[in-house]
Write a protein that binds this ligand. Structure first.
Ligand code: ADP
Ligand code: MG
Length: 771
């Protein structure tokens, strides 16, 4: 490049004052790439540092190029006719790469010589930014479309509005990509809102524009395409980059959400209707047990109104569980996901009823519990009744079984006692009264007689023993039995006997009276502890009609009272309710049989009496037994102890008994009374003997139940030989032919086994005296 003298140019005078080198330095500091070209062929003759950086060529390399060498579109034809021209094209650079450039060419006149100045800009970065912007706009459009969210802006001062494409789509309008006049747009939009919703939307928008109050609102609009849409609109006033107020916001089409909500709401309504009309109750509660929802079913069950229930807590309705137990149930429920249990609830009137509760956490509402409540009181009642019937049946069966067992045992026991008693009496006959042995034998006899009574009682309990009521003096019986009772209860217990004066006589089996008395005393003994006292009293009591009104089982009249009191442990209400039940006992296994009071009850009932019990836990117990008076002939029956013996003629007795020891004993006993005895151990043998001793037998004494033949059948079998035979039956059983209902048939001579010598002597005489 050659030096050019400064041109005569008045406007750029200072040029002449700087050197070319200085000028080049200026050019090199510029950021923009410059090339200086020869106009004819665009040969490059000068370049600045920026050009050097942009293209990568050194100065020497540039000077070998024409502009057209830097890009295919930069041919000669491009060279401007006019003063200045611009072209955008790909420019080649040194490493074989290229960039998108903009080349501005202009003619310049330097000191009268024409040049071209090429200014080259790298457009790639701008292009990239533009592409990026375009992409993000596209993306935003897609996002808006997919989410049905349109956005908008309103430039207040300019009164211009811009909507995104989705805004138009929500309104069912043709998209428009430019700013529009705000008044038109606002008018258009507001016109679409439903008249009920429009004023609110308009008011919120104005407030936001004028005062900068942000808003969010849901409203319905009818679009021009005829669709009803739910939209959510939000607006906020901001200051834009030009310092101007501007309202920006979005609009969301929430029609589908609303439809979904509606479906859910309808579903919930349906389920609520079902629950409301259900017979069972239901609750929704929070985790503290506060009632949040109840149905009519529960209102009916509980007697409370819905309003009352909604102020209440589960604990106020629970009848049996306390707050801690309720909390435990709730914990269990959260742990297991569901629970079902039975409890009791309290009605508004205070009464309790049985409820089955099934509860679950309400997961879609969170932290709430759902419970179904079923009134099962009727069901429970039926179950209870069923159980009680079942229990009664079981008891009846038990009683029958025990009765049969007791009867069987007592029968054998009876026979053995007969032997003991008989042999002792026979031994006594052979002993002179002064001998100490006589006293011992008497004791054996007494004990045996007592045992006979007890065995008889067992048979009575088993309904296999006819009772033999006698006129008795209660005081006498009690004092006679006291000695034995003392032995039974031991010496540590104070036994206080307070006989009443001028008692009325009673009529009952003395063994039964003993049994009552002993059973009560034994129970009292079992109930007392330290400083124990048992008080026995007797008295005479009159009950009027009036007295009986409040006393079930009581009948008006005169009664002898036997009262047994103790200062023992007493009984609670529940125990008291059951004491007369057979087998009811609170004593440990092997200690109590539960038959004591049941027997007392049975005996008292059988004798038309009644019982009162007074007892409280820790306060002791009093049993009062009322036995009907037998006042009439006031003289009490005295035992005639004289023993009638056989007549002079040596009467002959045919004795039949299959039990050998009994046969032996009875034979000795009868012989001791002066009779001749023909002993047979079976009905068959009896018949043989009868034939042998034809006409010699005065009396047949026979057992009733024997193998092969009964006593009655034996009598019938002997009748041909002895048409006028006299007979006496011996039996331990009552369920016999002779006494099918426990009542002896008039005229039949019968002796209860085991018997005393005295009883037997009397019965023998009676039988022999019969016609
Ligand atoms: P058992 O004596 O074999 O238990 P009972 O029929 O005699 O059977 O008595 C039934 C129950 O009644 C006893 O287990 C006891 O709980 C209660 N009971 C009876 N008498 C008394 C009493 N005097 N004091 C306290 N409890 C009593
Ligand atoms: Mg008892």
């Amino acid at each position: 490049m050659h030096e050019v003298p400064p041109q005569d140019n008045p406007s750029c005078e200072p040029v002449s004052t700087i050197s070319l080198t200085a000028w080049r330095r200026v050019c090199d500091t510029l950021d923009c790439a410059f090339l200086l070209l020869v106009p004819d062929d665009s040969q490059i003759i000068e370049c600045n540092r920026a050009a050097h950086h942009l293209f990568g060529y050194g100065k020497a390399e540039f000077l070998r190029f024409k502009l057209s060498d830097l890009g295919d579109e930069l041919k000669n034809s491009f060279l401007p006719e006019e003063f200045r021209s611009t072209v955008q094209c790909r420019c080649r650079i040194k490493n074989g790469k290229s960039f998108w450039g903009e080349i501005i060419l202009q003619k310049i006149d330097l000191d009268g010589v024409q040049f071209l100045l090429a200014e080259i800009k790298d457009l790639s970065r701008k292009k990239q930014l533009e592409a990026k912007l375009k992409r993000s706009e596209e993306l935003s459009r897609v996002i808006q479309r997919l989410n049905k969210i349109g956005s908008w802006e309103y430039e207040i001062a300019a009164n211009k509005t811009f909507w995104t494409e989705e805004m138009y789509r929500i309104h069912d309008l043709e998209p428009c990509s430019s700013f529009r006049d705000a008044d038109t747009v606002i008018a258009e939009t507001l016109a679409l809102y439903r008249p009920e919703d429009m004023p609110l939307v308009a008011a919120l928008f104005s407030k936001c524009v004028e005062e900068g109050v942000p808003y969010i609102v849901e409203a319905r609009m009818n679009t021009l395409a005829g669709h009803l849409k739910w939209v959510e609109t939000r607006g906020e006033r901001i200051i834009d980059d030009k310092g101007e107020y501007k309202v920006v916001g979005y609009m969301r089409d929430i029609t589908e959400n609303k439809q979904q909500e509606e479906i859910i709401r309808k579903g919930e309504e349906k389920y609520k209707t079902i629950l409301q009309t259900a017979i069972d109750g239901f609750w929704i509660t929070d985790l503290e047990g506060r009632l949040l929802e109840v149905n009519d079913g529960y209102c009916r069950m509980s007697g409370y109104s819905e309003a009352e229930l909604l102020t209440m807590n589960v604990a106020q309705l629970e009848g049996t569980l306390d707050s801690a137990q309720i909390a435990e149930k709730i914990d269990l429920l959260m742990l297991e996901g569901a629970i079902r249990f039975e409890t009791m609830h309290r009605r508004k009137d205070g009464s309790l009823y049985d409820v089955e509760v099934s509860a679950k956490p309400l997961d879609f509402h969170g932290n709430k519990l759902f419970a179904m409540l079923r009134d099962i009181s009727a069901q429970k009642e039926a179950e209870k009744e069923n159980r009680s019937l079942q229990a009664q049946l079981l008891q009846a069966q038990k009683m029958e079984a025990v009765g049969r067992l007791a009867g069987g045992v007592a029968h054998d026991f009876n026979n053995m006692l007969g032997v003991i008693l008989g042999q002792a009496e026979l031994a006594l006959l052979q002993t002179s009264p002064e001998q100490p042995l006589a006293h011992k034998l008497l004791e054996i006899i007494k004990a045996s007689e007592r045992s006979v009574d007890i065995a008889r009682q067992l048979l009575a309990f088993a309904s296999q023993q006819p009772i033999e009521p006698k006129r008795l003096d209660l005081n006498e019986v009690v004092s006679n039995t006291l000695k034995m009772v003392r032995r039974l209860i031991g010496e540590d217990i104070a036994l206080i006997w307070t006989p009443g004066q001028e008692l009325c006589p009673i009529k009952m089996d003395p063994a039964q009276l003993d049994q009552i008395f002993i059973n009560l005393c034994v129970n009292a003994r079992d109930a007392v502890g330290d400083q124990a006292r048992i008080v026995i009293e007797t008295d005479v009591v009159y009950f009027s009609e009036e007295d009986c009104k409040n006393n079930i089982g009581c009948v008006p009249g005169e009664f002898a009272l036997l009262s047994v009191s103790d200062n023992g442990c007493g009984m609670d209400k529940k125990t008291l309710e059951n004491i007369f039940e057979p087998f009811f006992t609170t004593k440990g296994p092997g200690k109590g049989t539960g038959l004591g009071l049941a027997t007392v009850y049975g005996i008292v009932k059988q004798n038309s009496g009644f019982i009162n019990v007074f007892s409280e836990p820790g306060k002791g117990t009093t049993f009062r037994i009322y036995l009907p008076s037998d006042r009439g002939a006031l003289k009490l029956e005295g035992d005639n102890k004289a023993v009638p013996v056989a007549s002079r003629e040596q009467e002959t007795v045919l004795l039949v008994e299959d039990e050998p020891t009994l046969l032996n004993m009875a034979q000795q006993m009868i012989e001791s009374l002066g009779y001749r005895v023909l002993a047979a151990n079976s009905p068959g043998q009896a018949q043989t003997i009868a034939r042998e001793y034809a006409d010699q037998i005065d009396l047949l004494v026979t057992d009733v139940i024997m193998p092969g033949m009964t006593g009655l059948e034996l009598v019938r079998a002997m009748e041909p030989l002895y048409p006028k035979l006299k007979y006496l039956f011996m039996s331990g059983y009552t369920a016999d032919i002779i006494a099918p209902h426990g009542i002896l048939v008039e005229g039949i001579h019968y002796i209860q086994k085991p018997f005393t010598r005295h009883d037997l002597s009397v019965k023998l005489r009676e039988a022999l005296a019969a016609e």
